[in-house]
Ligand binder design. Sequence first.
Ligand code: ADP
Ligand code: MG
Length: 358
Amino acid sequence: MADERGPGDPDGGDESRRDGLEGIIGASPAIRDVYGLTRRVSERSTTVLLTGETGTGKELIARAIHGLSPRASGPFVRVNCGALSESLLESELFGHVKGAFTSAHENRTGRFEAAHGGTVFLDEIDSVSYTLQVKLLRVLQEQEFERVGDTKTIQVDCRVVAATNRDLLEEIDEDRFREDLYYRLNVIEIVLPPLRERQSDIPLLVDHFLQRYVVPGREIPTVAPETFDVLAAYSWPGNVRELENYVERALVLTDGATLVPEAFPAHVRGLAPPRIGRTEVGELDRLCGQLVAAGLREVGGSETGIHPRIVSLVERQVIRQVLHACQGVQTKAATRLGINRNTLHKKISEYGLEEDVR
Ligand SMILES: Nc1ncnc2c1ncn2[C@@H]1O[C@H](COP(=O)(O)OP(=O)(O)O)[C@@H](O)[C@H]1O
Ligand SMILES: [Mg+2]
């Protein structure tokens, strides 16, 4: 199980290990594209925007870009822009001088200065306020800024890598993100594919995490084939991070030499509804609001009949998307949806989805 190569892919793992991408696992075409771009952008100081759902490996790639670059011996400084309020973030990034605000008892060097000669990784860039975005734009364009409360201009030599799990074009449409900053950041975009779109990497990743989390001296359990089937059918909203957590958990729960599906939570096995995160609840709430509003308009202000109509609207979309994700294979889609094949068959004709079936 120490071998990270996938079947039919004789040098996938090796290739990544040779050139500074070690620890980044995967041999699927999608992740290979990411390796290629990562290598290419590392040579220069080009600004890079990493996009992808949470847990897809954006930070891992940001570190690799730095590590492979001529700046590797310089600092790598990560700032989680989503974790700080606007004023704290401003002083975190640019520093401040004593007396700039009530709690500024000392001069403070900002993260951009700390990253001089290296790389700044701006994680969750979408959370930066509109005003602060202007200041960021200037750093990107002129490589200069002032500390909060100071007039002296500071010059820095930093490479910027930014990451987001949101669609910045949508943020621009809603006036939450500046278009000019977007184009500055997005010189090169690397899109991290969700795990559900590179299922073939799951066995490699499972192996990798088993090796990482096995208690030293204990034998690494073998993975039962049905476990891989279960893992392939799950949608992995938390992506590689979620898989990593569940493999670690499964190791704790396994005494035997084999990792069985029961070592994974019920919702991963399709036996319980998936846990939904706060972001998804928010999005869902917004969408439901729109659907209800549209439904009310259509039925002329009376509320009768909205429920079944909206439920079937949503159901139809869910079935369509799952069919797509399963390349139109009905048995696979039925497993993933957690409904039986006949039910799926009926719904396909009810909703006129025959064209989405292979
Ligand atoms: N391709 C990969 N190979 C190995 N580990 C990965 C890979 N992608 C992500 N991980 C692991 O998953 C977790 C989440 O990755 P991270 O880079 O923090 O994701 P993101 O920043 O997109 O949320 C980390 O523990 C990371 O090491
Ligand atoms: Mg992250």
